[in-house]
Design a protein around this ligand. Structure first.
Ligand SMILES: *Cc1c(COP(=O)(O)O)cnc(C)c1O
Length: 456
């Protein structure tokens, strides 16, 4: 790969090093379809966008076709006679989903989409009363979550501007500290009805201290829910032991279950069977044994399945099942370890690239405070334009969050050290070095002597 800018030495030496590391620490790329590159010197893309949409496991197609064939062969009888009967199909997903998030099997279920589930959970768990009406989210919350909580406030006749509190990092900092949350709760906790934060923030990649914040929120008398869209399949979770009230996640990011895939829900055991909790119901909310008794009144089970409403889309469940089985086989502990090795290496390469360029890694530097995503704030220009150039000139797929963040996620199941090296090298060749006088970004380190002045 030729680069117009002077290349930092470690980065230049890195391609051979990347191959060496890939041999020693190979991952499971062979189990996935990797999109071909749209540009650059490599046939496959360096796919670092699994935080946005995970790659397709090779097993998914055949498993999906088998479910489709059952419909063709059996028609309605497939409900009971398919190899994987449709009536209890969702139960096949419960065990592996529960293991992945650290739940008991009664506490986890796969259903609907993420934001829909957040609403269904808020029906039960956002219950403003008296002075305790606030919903606390992060200022950098994903827009869908922002819209969801604002619309919940309105649904309760409250003004969303007064009701929704957005926690910001301190001036000059990119990520929230645990104390930023716990200090707020100590001061204002008696006004908080619901704390609903992202376990891993979609923009910065920050992993919050879920157990500590959950404990503080509950001690303040609030209900504590987590959006785990960017945490599930990325970091180990122990929702039951952490005493989380409820959580929801999607399955198309790190869980590789396909665009718009069915999502997951956790409700802590202490809430199961509580008849005082409002819930929206349908025929899948009643206990399976009574579902076909055609009674006018439901008899919900004392499990999270009471939050189900409709009969589930079987062809959408197959890809989630296939993917969850892969997580079961590989194990989150091994994935987390490889994730930290890959991400640490990408970080060291990005540290070389950012020298003398208007780029800054905004993800926490402590590996315990992040998953596999590293976010780079670009000092000038458009993040969208930059990711297009990475894709079409280098075959590197990252993603942009406008106006100025580019996200790189080396996913431990299928990303490689070579992907990391290609991303860093592509970024180095795409973003020109700034002259010393042009640098205005705070926190940017001075160019080191080994960068040989920026002309090319
Ligand atoms: C990806 C993501 C969503 C997406 O919501 P859908 O309902 O699946 O469309 C919502 N919230 C967060 C935090 C996300 O990362």
């Amino acid at each position: 790969m030729t680069t117009p800018q002077a290349e930092p030495l470690g980065l230049a030496a890195g391609e051979a090093e990347a191959h060496r590391r890939d041999e020693a620490d190979p991952g499971h790329r062979h189990l996935f379809h990797v999109p071909p590159a749209d540009g650059g010197d490599h046939p496959e893309s360096a796919y670092l966008a699994g935080n946005s949409l995970g790659l397709q496991p090779r097993a998914t197609r055949d498993e999906l076709l088998a479910d489709l064939d059952a419909w063709g062969r059996l028609g309605v009888e497939g409900h009971l006679e398919a190899e994987r009967p449709w009536l209890p199909y969702h139960e096949l997903l419960t065990g592996p989903a529960a293991r992945l998030v650290g739940a008991r099997p009664t506490e986890a279920v796969v259903m609907n989409s993420l934001t829909v589930n957040l609403h269904l959970l808020m029906v039960s768990f956002y219950r403003p009363a008296g002075a305790r009406t606030r919903i606390v989210i992060e200022d950098a919350a994903f827009p869908s979550d922002s819209y969801a909580v604002r619309s919940q406030a309105r649904f309760h006749g409250l003004d969303p501007d007064d009701t929704v509190v957005r926690l910001r990092p301190r001036a000059g900092e990119d990520a929230l500290r645990t104390e930023d949350v716990t200090d707020y709760l100590a001061a204002e906790g008696d006004r908080v009805a619901l704390l609903l934060l992202g376990g891993v923030n979609y923009l910065t990649g920050e992993l919050l201290d879920i157990p500590a914040i959950t404990a503080a929120g509950r001690a303040a008398g609030a209900v504590v829910g987590w959006d785990l869209a960017h945490a599930v399949g990325n970091v180990p979770l122990a929702l039951h032991d952490w005493d989380v009230d409820f959580a929801a996640w999607c399955s198309y990011k790190y869980l590789n279950s396909g665009p718009g895939a069915l999502a997951g829900v956790f409700v802590h055991e202490r809430h199961l069977g509580d008849e005082n909790l409002p819930r929206f119901e349908g025929w899948w909310s009643t206990a399976a044994a009574t579902r076909f008794e055609m009674t006018p009144v439901s008899r919900p089970p004392a499990t999270v399945e009471a939050w189900q409403i409709s009969n589930p889309p079987i062809f959408a469940m197959g890809p989630v099942r296939t993917s969850l089985e892969l997580f079961d086989a590989v194990g989150m502990t091994a994935l987390r370890a490889r994730s930290q090795r890959l991400t640490g290496w990408l970080e060291s390469l990005l540290d070389e690239v950012t020298v003398g360029r208007p780029l800054r890694v905004v993800t926490p530097r402590d590996p315990a405070r992040r998953g596999c995503q590293l976010s780079v704030r670009i000092g000038s220009g458009s993040a969208n334009e930059l990711t297009k150039r990475l894709r079409y000139e280098h075959g590197v797929i990252a993603d942009a969050r406008e106006p100025d963040v580019v996200r790189f996620a080396p996913v431990p199941l299928y990303s490689t050290y070579l992907d990391c090296w290609r991303a860093a090298a592509a970024l180095a060749s795409t973003v020109g070095a700034t002259s010393v006088s042009a640098r205005s970004e705070p926190g940017l380190r001075a160019p080191q002597s080994r960068t040989k002045g920026g002309s090319a």
